[in-house]
Write a protein that binds this ligand. Structure first.
Ligand code: DC
Length: 231
């Protein structure tokens, strides 16, 4: 029972490996509930883009940490999800490039980067009513989130989806994508700090054979139950 009038809002954490459909699902769930959607992967991508532009190696811990401390990252609700600004510049498109995708897991392994971004994420969720997607939201960033979903799908299915998504825009084969996704999973699962892990109280959803609509409907239903419980 909440004493602070927040009982019509809860926090929802959606974690899982790359390409499981987290961002599409999280955005639609937020829309249906009137909540704010926050894509935490975009924050790691924003730091990565800034590092690449400054020729800072993702493995250079100290330089990366110093850089992250100087970045003002803003997440604004946009037409297709959210607009990401870094020090005032709109980098929404740039952070999705292949160059960024290939090294973002290395940047995300940096302890200081994780501390800075994790604190930003907690501040964004303070007033509740957020749907936050990432890797460590339920396990680390928002351990008290009222609803935690761990969304997964087979590597092959995730590669298929990515392949369709980028159709024709990048010269990469389905096999290459499957390999890259598996490698990103490995790095995210094996890093020392806040690795990709299913929180013990998360609900696991395997979306391999589910449509986006089915996943969204299932999460919205669970959210409504949690909202009723919170009243
Ligand atoms: O969800 P995404 O593919 O945009 O995430 C990019 C990378 O950021 C991903 O490889 C792992 C990392 N990440 C993370 O470590 N913790 C999060 N909460 C979100 C993303």
């Amino acid at each position: 029972m909440h004493q602070d009038g927040d009982s019509d809002r809860i926090n929802i954490a959606i974690d899982g490996p790359a390409g499981a459909g987290k961002s599409t699902v999280a955005r639609k769930v937020a829309e249906q509930l009137g909540f704010i959607y926050i894509d935490t992967g975009a924050m790691y991508r924003a730091v990565t883009l800034s590092a690449l532009r400054k020729s800072i190696q993702p493995q250079d811990r100290d330089k990366l940490a110093a850089l992250a401390a100087t970045l003002e990252i803003e997440m604004l609700p946009g037409e297709n999800g959210q607009t990401v600004l870094v020090n005032g510049e709109d980098v929404t498109e740039h952070i999705r490039s292949r160059e960024v995708t290939l090294v973002v897991s290395l940047v995300a392994a940096n302890e200081t980067v994780r501390t800075i971004l994790g604190n930003m994420q907690r501040r964004l969720a303070e007033r509740k009513g957020v749907v936050m997607d990432g890797r460590d939201i339920g396990s680390h960033v928002l351990p008290n989130a009222e609803l935690k979903v761990f969304l997964t799908a087979s590597v092959q299915e995730r590669a298929n989806r990515r392949f369709k998504e980028i159709a024709g825009t990048q010269s990469v084969t389905l096999e290459q994508l499957a390999q890259e996704i598996a490698e990103r999973d490995r790095l995210d699962e094996q890093r020392e700090i806040a690795p990709l892990i299913c929180a013990s109280d998360a609900i696991v959803m395997d979306s391999t054979a589910m449509t986006i609509q089915e996943v969204v409907a299932a999460i919205v239903k669970l959210s409504r139950t949690k909202l009723a419980e919170a009243k």
